[in-house]
Design a protein around this ligand. Structure first.
Ligand SMILES: [Zn+2]
Length: 248
């Protein structure tokens, strides 16, 4: 038997579908409805149609963070973020569309299980290591996606600090790199109408948010990166405190 190098086109082994309503990727046989948002299968697109239609577009947040979001927008997809650390580039969360011409990263750190995107394809293309908290990795929405490190608690790698919060999802993890907080969809929108994420266990989400406040209050941060926003930290913190009933 001879070993041949695989052409680019064979990157994908199993079929994969993308829900244009929420961006969820379905691996294997096409289900009748999207397991995440319930949209019907007649709207689903194949991963390679999605690659041609949706261009994952970087927007600079500061000189070491870029926000990645599709143009056109892929439904309710969550933004991913790229960090240029001194020790290689990494992502916080993962784009829904697979674009093989993006700049590679060494690791994909997930905030939670809801938006795994095309992480399985990027992992295969770049040999990137996928991180997700063990409590989320066991969830039915996440089990199809390969996870290299099922994390359990806080850790620091590539200079990126990870803090296990729980709440919105049992494994929810926030990240801090230098002056930037990655909060995903734990609280939104920025401004006076900020709310905690209403999906999941509401009481637990509120209870665990006090740990977020403890962590971020001790630091001098500048920017908050959320699932569909980036904003300045000080005003975000005031809104977050008010939300928790801890405004002065
Ligand atoms: Zn979520």
């Amino acid at each position: 038997m001879t070993v041949e190098s695989k052409p680019m086109a064979s990157i994908q082994a199993a079929p994969q579908w993308v829900c244009p309503v929420c961006g969820y990727n379905m691996i294997g046989e096409m289900p009748d409805i999207c397991p995440f948002c319930g949209a019907r299968h007649n709207t689903f697109v194949t991963w390679d149609e999605a690659e041609q239609t949706y261009r994952v577009t970087p927007h600079w947040v500061n000189d070491y963070v870029t926000q990645l979001i599709s143009a056109p927008r892929l439904g309710l997809e969550h933004a991913a973020y790229r960090i240029e650390t001194e020790d290689g580039a990494v992502w916080i969360d993962c784009p829904s569309a697979f674009n093989r011409d993006l700049q590679p990263v060494e690791a994909i750190y997930f905030t939670h299980k809801d938006f795994m995107g095309a992480s399985n394809q990027y992992r295969q293309l770049w040999n990137a290591k996928v991180y997700l908290h063990v409590n989320d990795a066991e969830h039915p929405l996440a089990v199809q996606f390969p996870v290299d490190k099922k994390t359990d608690g806080d850790f620091t790698e590539h200079g990126v600090e990870a803090f296990h919060i729980g709440g919105h999802t049992p494994g929810f993890t926030i990240y801090i790199y230098r002056k930037v907080l990655f909060i995903c969809d734990y609280a939104f929108p920025p401004g006076p109408s900020m709310q905690l994420n209403p999906f999941g266990p509401k009481n637990e989400t509120r209870k665990r948010s006090s740990r977020i406040l403890e962590i971020v209050s001790e630091r001098s941060l500048e920017i908050v990166c959320g699932y569909n926003y980036t904003t300045e930290f000080d005003s975000w913190l005031e809104d977050f405190k008010r939300l928790l009933g801890q405004a002065r």
